[in-house]
Design a binder for this molecule. Structure first.
Ligand code: NAP
Ligand code: FE
Length: 359
């Protein structure tokens, strides 16, 4: 068994303020990468710039990362970083800015970076140091080496082959306070997908499964919040974030599986949010797992049986409608990917994949 966890995780109230000296230790000038509004709205950007200023570090801000960031956006951020001679990168936001920060940090390490370098697996996975400050509770990108980008020429999203782990992850539930209920539901479903897919991965072992089972327990504390039955407290925000980080630690070892693979086409074609696009496949995916695994997963997540779980997912995502041609395109792409089909603990043939896709 190999357990590799190169990220230093600070999961605590005021994590950014508490670790200003360590943030400043990565260089003289930072490129801060964010989405358009949420980094400022959540207060995370202010916390980061406060500590940089206090420690006498310069910074510049690239705040144009869209949801499901494109290769073109990464190139824009890289041009800014090169023009400003930055020596480290701070990603603040959901998975989109965090993944963008990793991809940009990889290219910024190259002398004359080009978009094609992102997918050149012969290049070493070297990068400028990355610091990650998550503001959503879904991707776990702060603890994974993965960066998923939209590739318009292929009409889908594709992970870059390089593994760029942040040096430190600064996790603070307070940044979720500015998020809408919908955004929290979507991203918490992504975290749930990571844990279920990780547990059912062929690469799962005792270490990754222990992380999943503990993560599911933490996730289950927010079930009623996600169902809209309770307002979150500070502790709930911290639990939502923590479950997402646990899920990230698990997929950093195992990778994701079929719900994620199918989701990328739904997101590309329908602009469906990532967590929703993964979450809607979870009941049909779990039905294909062994009875023992299904029971273990559902029990840890606080569900009596698969019917209760199916109902719950419908409560989270009541009006999802995927046109047949999009689902067929998703199926066609994933069914042609032999590595994906072989990655599950249970056997997957085309019939099984059809059932998971609901075709
Ligand atoms: P996101 O795309 O980063 O953000 C979704 C929306 O939420 C944006 O409009 C964003 O606003 C807003 N937002 C973020 N934090 C907020 C806050 N605290 N308050 C208010 N609004 C907030 O969402 P995500 O689901 O976290 O990330 C999805 C991306 O991550 C996808 O590209 C997916 O493929 C990738 N992903 C990566 C991994 C990995 O291991 N690296 C794993 C799973 C998914 P702004 O635009 O203003 O920021
Ligand atoms: Fe995901």
């Amino acid at each position: 068994m190999t357990y590799y966890m190169p990220v230093k995780v600070y999961d605590e109230a005021e994590a950014v303020k508490n670790h200003g000296a360590e943030i400043a230790s990565f260089g003289k000038k930072a490129l801060i990468i964010t989405g358009r509004a949420s980094a400022a709205k959540s207060g995370a950007l202010q916390d980061v710039t406060d500590v940089l200023e206090k420690k006498g570090r310069a910074y510049c801000i690239f705040n144009e990362v869209e949801e499901n960031p494109s290769v073109e956006t990464i190139m824009k951020a890289v041009r800014k970083g090169k023009d400003e001679y930055v020596d480290f990168v701070i990603g603040i936001g959901g998975g989109s800015p965090l993944d963008a920060a990793k991809a940009a940090a990889f290219l910024l390490k190259l002398e004359d970076p080009k978009a094609a370098d992102l997918y050149d697996n012969l290049l070493p996975s070297d990068a400028l140091p990355v610091i990650a400050v998550p503001t959503t509770c879904g991707t776990g990108s702060e603890v994974t080496g993965v960066s998923v980008l939209t590739v318009h020429t292929k009409r889908t999203k594709i992970s870059i082959p390089h593994r760029i782990f942040p040096k430190i992850a600064l996790i603070d539930g307070k940044y979720l306070k500015s998020a809408s209920h919908r955004m929290i539901v979507n991203t918490a479903a992504d975290a749930l997908a990571h844990m279920i897919e990780s547990y059912e991965s062929k690469k799962a072992d005792d270490y990754s499964r222990a992380v999943v089972l503990e993560g599911l327990k933490i996730w289950s504390r927010s079930k009623d919040i996600l169902a809209g039955e309770k307002e979150p407290s500070d502790e709930d925000y911290a639990n939502l974030m923590r479950a997402s980080t646990f899920a990230g630690i698990a997929i950093a070892q195992t990778g994701t599986s079929l719900p994620h693979a199918l989701s990328y086409i739904l997101t590309y074609d329908l602009k469906m949010p990532h967590g929703m696009a993964c979450g809607i496949f979870l009941p049909s995916y779990l039905k294909e797992a062994s009875e023992e695994d299904r029971k273990t997963i559902l029990n840890a997540a606080g569900f009596k049986n698969i019917r209760e779980f199916e109902k719950y997912i419908k409560i989270l995502f009541p009006d999802v409608n995927v046109p047949a041609e999009t689902m067929q395109r998703a199926y066609d792409i994933v069914s042609a990917n032999k590595v994906r089909l072989k990655g599950c603990r249970f056997a997957v043939d085309k019939e099984v994949l059809k059932r998971i896709a609901g075709l």
